[in-house]
Design a protein around this ligand. Sequence first.
Ligand code: ARG
Length: 461
Amino acid sequence: MTLWEGRFSSGPSSELMAFTESISFDRALWHEDIRGSKAHVKGLVHSNIISEDEGRAILESLDAISREFEDDRFVFLESDEDIHSAIERRLTDLLGDVGAKLHTGRSRNDQIATDMRMFSKRVIIDVGTKALALCDTLLEIASSAKESYLPGYTHTQRAQPILLSHHLLAHGWALSRDLDRLLATFRRLDVSPLGAGALGGSTLPLDPDFVAVELGFSSRFSNSVDAVSDRDFVAELLFDIALLGVHLSRMGEEFVLWSTEEFGFVRLDDAYSTGSSLLPHKKNADIAELARGKTGRLIGNLVSLLTTLKGLPLSYNRDLQEDKEGLFDSVRQVSLALGAVRGMIATASFDFGRMKTFADSEFLVAVDLAEYLVKNGVPFRKAHSLVGGLVRDSIERRVPLYELVSAHPLLGSEASTLLAPSGAIRRRITPGGSGMDAVAVQLEEFSTLLALQKKTFSELR
Ligand code: ARG
């Protein structure tokens, strides 16, 4: 039996059902669907469209159905097209004609939009909480890294010594922007579409404000056509997740590099690395690689939905059903990635000595030598060229830079002290830079922001 049988002389073909069904994936929305139905029933009672007794009976049965889902006892039938029809069918099994009143004044169009918004709110809280935990881990390691430093890279070429704390927090700031974006998406999508009907509202005295409050939405739709057509929030959430994935991917890429023998900056814990089925000595950074690899599908899911939306006339079109699988997949994959990457980083051991050895390479203070000359009145472009020449000499003639600096009339022994290990970090004085003082301030700023974001997330519902 379908929800629309009255108008039809025959039932749906098996090909139609196989192609158009969504029950295989939208069953994930059972919780939201029942919550939405309960609010709708309360609204029907509130507006005197059904009696209190009828309302009570429907609510009790919806609770019973909810328990069936919780205990994995709910029995789906072949004919259940989607989660909405499955639940309504079960309700009518239990209550007969009273159950058949559930859908009064409602369409699956406003129903599914409501479910998806509730689902999105829930998963933003979940994903955000996991991202916050990763930020916590980065902050913890950054705080305990003290004066440890490593070569900072541009173009994957060693550039300047950078504090490890500074480097890790750079990833932390990116995540904090992801959290901000998730919060903004949450606030924008926190609008109830329930009461929009199929697209144009109803002749029944429904009260969309009442059900919006019932469901914990901050407001209700202003335009019923927009309410059933709009999937911007899914696209936004897919973007937020895709960008979060891009950040995890970049972190992953670094851990892949850092854990190679060539870099040797980090050793992954056995529980967070994998071995080879053939090569006995191998230890692979599969979490880091998959954090990188799975980001492809996160981006794909976003592009796929935008492509679905771009040609749609208003209002609801069945194409909109394609909003679900991508979102479910992105949410699941990014949640798994956040947990695995956090564990990998939290248990990794950093080889501070090796990082320092590479960062103490003489050439990484070349810019400090140029700035020394600047302080003595040499125009920067000239200073740059002079020091560049010394570096070239040092490489070509295989003479330590230290000797060339000491012997140079504009540099000499005073400037040669700039080449001493650890000096570069101590000399860095600009706000937001990689000097000890600036990083101490940054650690404070980051932990204050993190505490604020945690509080904001804990208050969402
Ligand atoms: N499975 C549908 C979806 O996800 C539910 C809404 C169906 N509405 C309709 N008019 N056929 O979009």
